[in-house]
Design a protein around this ligand. Sequence first.
Ligand SMILES: *Cc1c(COP(=O)(O)O)cnc(C)c1O
Length: 424
Amino acid sequence: MNFYSTNQKARPASFKEAIYQSLPPDNGLYFPETIPTIRKKVNPNLSLPEIGFEVMKPFAKDDLTSAELLHIVEDALNFSIPLIEVENNIHSLELFHGPTYAFKDVGARFLARCLSTFNTQSNREVTILVATSGDTGGAVASGFYKVPGVEVIILYPSGKVSELQEKQLTTLGENITALEVDGDFDACQSLVKSAFLDDDLKSAKNLSSANSINIARWIPQSIYYWWLSLQTGFDPNLVISVPSGNYGNIAAGLLAKKMGVPIKRFIAASNVNNVVPRYLETGKYLPTATIATYSNAMDVGNPSNFPRILELYGKAYTAIVQEISGGYLSDNETLDTMRSCLEKNNYQLDPHGAIGYQLLVDHLKEGETGAFLETAHPCKFLPVIHKINPTYTVPPFANNLLEKEKKSVKISHHFEEFKTFLLN
Ligand SMILES: *Cc1c(COP(=O)(O)O)cnc(C)c1O
């Protein structure tokens, strides 16, 4: 299958080309030329990797053999994704049982294994550059850990990520190098952008990015919507609430619905960075500057995947609002939600999942079945959790990580220093 650019100016790319390029040259987003319907191929006895195979097959089949794809999904989806009933009719899809305790593991691991397979096919080596403000870098680093033919350089802002997040970036070693940049996230991002524009680097290295808008990170997220529906016996009244920031996760859910998963409707659950809920309310899309919140992985003022949502509905506002409603919580409301859910259900939400939970509870109607996505493990946001649950202790797996020794290379925010590092 080919992928076209939502800006319509770049030429269509194959699955493999779209993955290597990440972004089309016209700055749009890659989008599948057709949306396959696979409802008949998903039977209730399939395992998670088997569903992954059926979902990804129509997109990947020109560039990956069935054996290669099966191997990729089995290896990428090697952790459980349980559906837990938190209270009557409100279910949590726990997406945090992967190696970095966040749903981004699904897409990052799939992308890493695709690149590794392509590299083996053509015997080439790539260097992946990633700038991270926290969660993404950990998932990418872990996803690419020990993957042959791939070297990963992660840039993170010194002193601006949580302790657990820093340990996830800096304790792996092997093919993963963490650069601790004296500057903020924007400085990290601008170093990466300059590298992609630098001719010396372009001729010396095969540079690539593991950007979150890459189709190999976006589309595999559809897999767990099929999995969720299957756990409910393909309940046609299923309503899913998705904690959203860059809107890739919910766009993958909408894609799954178009592919035939019986989902009734979606709730776009946001924090005060509420550009999409306001669009759903008013029909006007007005990006804003980002506001810092407790659910910081959702602090996005201009969500990059929004054009994919428009594309899925032929840009028709009336069609979009029939299937998606939106809402948002303030930081105080997020804390209140975490506190009350803990008291009522003895279930510790993380600040992102809490927003998904509360908007589901508020918006669910008679006769509907509710599920929200728990996008990260609460232990990743310890200072916030301690505000409402002072006795919360991190689970043993997180403690082990905290005890590991950090290894990073300190650099300034000057491009020449970064360039010299890359060339040596
Ligand atoms: C990235 C992230 C989100 C937002 O997901 P999008 O696909 O960008 O909307 C939500 N919660 C957590 C914990 C995240 O890491």
